[in-house]
Structure formats: C-alpha cells, structure tokens
Design a protein around this ligand. Structure first.
Ligand code: FAD
Length: 412
C-alpha cells in the first residue's frame, strides 16, 4: 500500500473539485485531486453550458476565465413557445446588462485542469476513492486501490453517487429529495447552424428545450415518461417529437449523445461531517431546469476555498464552521427557482383533460415574463445569476460587483 499525505484531499475532478484545487493550490495549500475517470473522459464529457454572470465574474477575478471569455458567447435572451406564440424574454436588458456565457462544461474542465499545472501535483486520474475513513479524527483518509492518502480535510466534489456521501453516517443530518413525475431525454445534436438562443416549448405532448452549445452542436431536451430509457427513443422518434414540439429547428445531422435524465432534486444538510465537507452535486442535485447545477458547484468551491484559506493563513476556523450555513440559503433559492421554472414548463400529469386550461395559464404567466415590470425583472436577475440583492458579502458577490462596474463598454 502506497501512503501519501496532503493538506486537502479532493474527490472528483468536475467543476467544483477543479476550481477548489486551483484556488487552494495557488495559495500554497497542498491538495490531491482524485478522479475515478480518465483525463480524456472528463475533458470530453458534455454536460452543462450556461454560466451565470456572477460565476463568470468570480472566475475572471481569480484568473480562471481567460479561455471562457475568449471563446465563450455571451447570451442575454431566451424564448418561450406556447400555443403558437413565441415570447422573447430579453433578460439581460432587465438585469442591468448582465448576461450568461455559453461555454461547454467540458471546455471549462479542460481549462481548469491546464490551470492546475505548476500549483502542485496533477489530479490522480483513473483512481477511484473506495472509502473515506476517520473523518471525525484530525487525520481523515482517502482509501483507493493500492493507495491511501492521509489528509487534514477531505472535500467531496464527487457528485451525488460518490464516495463522500457514502461516508456520511445514516444517523447524521437529512437528505431532502424530490422526484418529479417525468424524466427528460437529453440529446446532443449536430446542427447546420448554431441555436441562436435558449428556447423552451410548453406543448401538449410535453416540454421541449433547445440550448446553444457550440457552432455545430446544440443540446435538446424532451420531456418523457418517468422510467423511459434510451431504447424507447430511436432517432426517428426524437426527430418527430422535436419537430412537433419545438419547430422551427436547425437542420439536424445526428445525435452523438443521448441520455435519459432522471428528474430529481436533493439537498444534503449539513454540508459537513467532521473533517469531511461537501461541495457541488455531492451536496445538492438539481434538474437542468434553470441551468443552476454547475453554477452552484463553482460557487460552493469558491466559498469553501475562501474558508479553507482563512483556516490555513490565519488559523481561523470560523468561516469553515459557517460554510454550509452560508451556502444553504443560496442552494435552496436556486432549487426554488429551478422548481418554479419546471412547473411553468410542464403540464400537470394528472390533468390530461384540462390541458387547454393549463396551457393558457402558462401562456399568461410566460407573457408576464416578456413584459416590462417587477415580475420580469425579478425573473431576469434570478435566471442570469446577477448577484444583485445578495447580502452575504462573499467574495463571489464582490467579484460580480467588480465585473458589473466594468460592463459599460461591454465584456472584454
Ligand atoms: P461532477 O461534474 O459530477 O464531478 C464529479 C466528479 O467526481 C466526476 O468527474 C466523477 O467521475 C468523480 N467521482 C465520482 N465518484 C468518485 C470516486 N468514488 N472517486 C473518485 N472520483 C469520483 N448545470 C448547469 O449549471 N447548467 C446546465 O445547463 C446543465 N446541464 C446539464 C446537462 C446534463 C446532461 C447533465 C448531466 C448535467 C447538467 N448540469 C447543468 C449539471 C452540471 O453538469 C453539474 O451540476 C456539475 O457537473 C456539477 O459539478 P461537480 O463538480 O459538483 O460534479
């Protein structure tokens, strides 16, 4: 058995683990990132693609957004299709010019791995953490095949089914979860022209969505029956349903990546047990509705890095003790937004006979989002993650303000 020592052991090389490792490594805190997949795999795993304004501002301030700002595309409107109407919501205009950035998650992961060079050992790829032990002692350990890593703190950034959550005793804390009565087919499609913007369709056959990714790829979502598998959705059926629910569409050449997403949400409270801390999907799972998952993961990592740096620089553990309590209100607000949007985009499954009524209620609600007024302004700030109105005083909020003040002449 090989034995290693480090200060912070990080499980998972997703956005949360990599942002944390960058911020700690640069400040001289020794870290080890352990990732069960290969580097090739994580650098090519297509997932999210919409980055919030405040998250980009914070990454930029930390020097982690150069490629994102060079190659990403700012995005400030979305459209809702319902009952033959197209309602365009110019949310950037309502949120003081703050916009999303469209930048595929796998490219951000690639950038973050590259940025780690020079700040410590590279992530240990293709190495699965089998157990996290002794978390209530001063020396928690990551147990892998043939390797043990003794740490001062362990951060679980390993997603909902990772080793960190498995290490939590059943008697400690609560997991608040919700299963929605439908699933989403998620499809990456090769297209002849980029999707111009995010489009959501509320349709009697079910929700459908189109998200821009790159000049040749778009992500589509189709509401499907709970428990459906990819086998229930041959390419012909996907094309038919996209056309029925979402037209007009770009020309689609093929579907390189098709999955069914089980639509569930959960939050684990508290986000710490002894010297084990959770960040990102390990602490909270969101549906893709509202595009909050990757953004919350990065915001957790930034907040946790700041707390750990205070512990290592000043010996002050106050921020570390308060980490979960400070993050949870933001996490629940994102869950609430995502849930509210989902309910707007889906017809109630038990009201098949009432679809005309339910559709018109939704059209009325969507029209309010497209018209000037406080309702549309509130939606715009929540959707784009403007950071406005946040009182926490975290470094990410400060970063957002900094970026806003430079926005007069547009983004660099
Ligand atoms: P992850 O990115 O899941 O990283 C966890 C890492 O831990 C993985 O690399 C995994 O291999 C590794 N790991 C797991 N177990 C172990 C172990 N035992 N040992 C070692 N390593 C381990 N979010 C948005 O904000 N906007 C979107 O538009 C959006 N769209 C999405 C579309 C899809 C199809 C999917 C699946 C997700 C989407 N999300 C979106 C969610 C977003 O991708 C996640 O919230 C984000 O990846 C969370 O980052 P993370 O670092 O917490 O976890």
């Amino acid at each position: 058995m090989r034995r290693l020592r480090t200060q912070v052991g990080i499980i998972g090389a997703g956005p949360a683990g990599l942002v944390l490792a960058n911020l700690l490594g640069r400040a001289g805190v020794a870290c080890r990132v352990v990732e069960r997949r290969s580097r090739e795999h994580v650098e090519h795993r297509p997932r999210a693609g919409l980055l919030e304004h405040r998250v980009v501002a914070a990454l930029r301030r930390e020097g982690l957004a150069d490629r994102l700002l060079a190659d990403g595309v700012p995005h400030g409107w979305c459209a809702f299709r319902c009952l033959g109407r197209d309602i365009r919501v110019d949310y950037a205009a309502r949120a003081g010019g703050r916009r999303h950035w469209v930048y595929p998650q796998q490219l951000l992961v690639r950038d973050l791995i590259a940025a780690l060079a020079g700040h410590g050992p590279p992530p240990m790829f293709s190495q699965t953490v089998r157990a996290v032990e002794d978390v209530t002692t001063g020396r928690p350990r990551l147990v892998c095949d043939g390797i043990e890593i003794e740490c001062e703190y362990v951060v679980g950034c390993d997603g909902f089914r990772g080793a960190a959550r498995a290490a939590l005793p059943a008697t400690r804390g609560s997991v608040f979860g919700h299963r929605y009565p439908y699933d989403w087919l998620t499809v990456l499609a090769e297209v002849d022209r980029p999707a111009e913007g995010v489009v959501y369709a509320v349709h009697p056959d079910g929700f459908a969505g189109m998200m821009p990714r790159t000049s040749r790829l778009s992500r589509f979502y189709l509401q499907c029956a709970p428990g459906d598998t990819v086998r229930d959705w041959p390419a012909r059926r996907i094309r038919e349903q996209l056309r029925a629910r979402l037209s007009p569409l770009p020309e689609i050449a093929g579907f390189p990546d098709v999955h069914v997403l089980r639509m569930r949400s959960s939050v684990t409270e508290p986000m710490r047990h002894g010297r084990l801390l959770l960040a990102g999907d390990a602490a909270h799972l969101l549906t893709p509705s509202g595009a909050k998952g990757m953004n919350l993961a990065i915001a957790d990592a930034i907040a946790l890095a700041s707390a750990l740096l205070r512990r290592y620089r000043d010996g002050d553990t106050g921020a570390l003790d308060a980490y979960g309590a400070r993050r949870l209100p933001h996490i629940w607000r994102a869950q609430e937004f995502s849930d509210r949007l989902l309910r707007l985009l889906h017809l109630p499954p038990d009201k098949a006979g009432d679809q005309g009524f339910a559709l018109r209620l939704r059209l009325a609600a969507l029209e309010r989002l497209g018209e000037p007024g406080p309702h549309a302004v509130a939606f715009a700030h929540e959707y784009v993650g403007s950071g406005a109105g946040e009182t926490e005083g975290t470094r990410e909020a400060e970063g957002a303000r900094e970026a806003v003040s430079t926005e007069g002449g547009g983004w660099p």
